[in-house]
Design a protein around this ligand. Structure first.
Ligand code: ZN
Length: 280
């Protein structure tokens, strides 16, 4: 409408009036731009309130997996049950399970410097890890990562050069299962700890049989030379690598992955796992 009037006025060479209209239009356009900003601000405010409401609702409708009580920091566990889990007392062993002779003597650890596990492989973590792996309870990956992050903040020295990665599975295993549970936990953990996550530092190129039921020597032989570095430049440029595996038993798999990373130029490696299981 306004453009139509401007065209008509120009046709009549009413320059003054057209200039006045141009100013009006310019003001209109500016106020329109301002209006867009206002709408964006309103939308941002609405979005922030909506996400806050959703976050609060998530906690209202969810309850603790263990006691069905009210949750606070994480929608799947209450603070009481979180505190009640039997964690390793890492502060007593200088935040490194390898300082504990009983553990260092049965874990293969020639190629990494620090081992941090959240808890022994027992309920509830063992049940949650199985449910994640075999029943696709993907929400448990975030819960396990949350528990890890809560404990790891004091134990893990994180610098701007720290890179977190997960022990990979072979592509055939991934195609069968559809996911790598260690990757899911590690990705959420990186987010909680604000660490750079690199899911593709390593690849597993050799199909190995499951480690369960194998002796220590058989486990080492089974995983020997099964990993390759896929991003050599990134590995050589990453002084501190944190390697995540969901469960550590004899350490053979993690140690082999660390050997490959060290050959690729990695400097210091910390192995982190959710649980530590004695070999069966
Ligand atoms: Zn609870």
């Amino acid at each position: 409408m306004e453009f139509h009037r401007l065209g008509s006025l120009l046709h009549r060479r009413d320059i003054d009036q057209s200039k006045h209209l141009q100013q009006q239009l310019s003001t209109g356009i500016k106020s329109s731009a301002y209006g867009q900003k206002s709408w964006l601000s309103l939308f941002a405010l609405f979005y922030a309130r909506l996400t806050n409401e959703l976050h609060q609702t998530k906690h209202k409708v969810s309850c603790c997996l263990l006691c069905q009580g009210t949750t606070q920091q994480h929608p799947l566990i209450c603070p009481h049950c979180q505190a009640d889990i039997q964690y390793f007392e890492l502060e007593k062993i200088d935040h490194n399970l390898l300082h504990w002779p009983a553990i260092a003597s049965h874990i293969n650890h020639q190629h990494f410097e620090q081992l941090i596990c959240l808890a022994p492989h027992q309920w509830p973590l063992s049940t949650w890890l199985s449910a994640l792996k075999y029943q696709q309870r993907f929400e448990l990956a975030d819960l396990i990562a949350f528990l890890l992050a809560s404990r790891l903040k004091a134990s893990l020295h994180v610098s701007s050069n720290t890179v977190l990665t997960a022990v990979p599975i072979h592509i055939e295993r991934w195609q069968e299962r559809g996911f790598n549970q260690s990757h899911l936990i590690a990705k959420a953990l990186a987010n909680y700890l604000s660490i750079t996550y690199q899911p593709m530092l390593l690849a597993k190129e050799k199909v190995t049989q499951p480690q369960v039921g194998l002796s220590g020597a058989e486990r080492r032989k089974n995983v020997k030379n099964s990993f390759v570095v896929t991003q050599p430049k990134l590995v050589s440029m990453s002084p501190d690598i944190v390697l995540f595996d969901d469960v550590i038993t004899t350490g053979s798999t993690a140690n082999e992955a660390c050997k490959t990373l060290k050959l690729g130029g990695a400097n210091k490696i910390t192995v982190v796992s959710a649980t530590l299981a004695p070999p069966s």
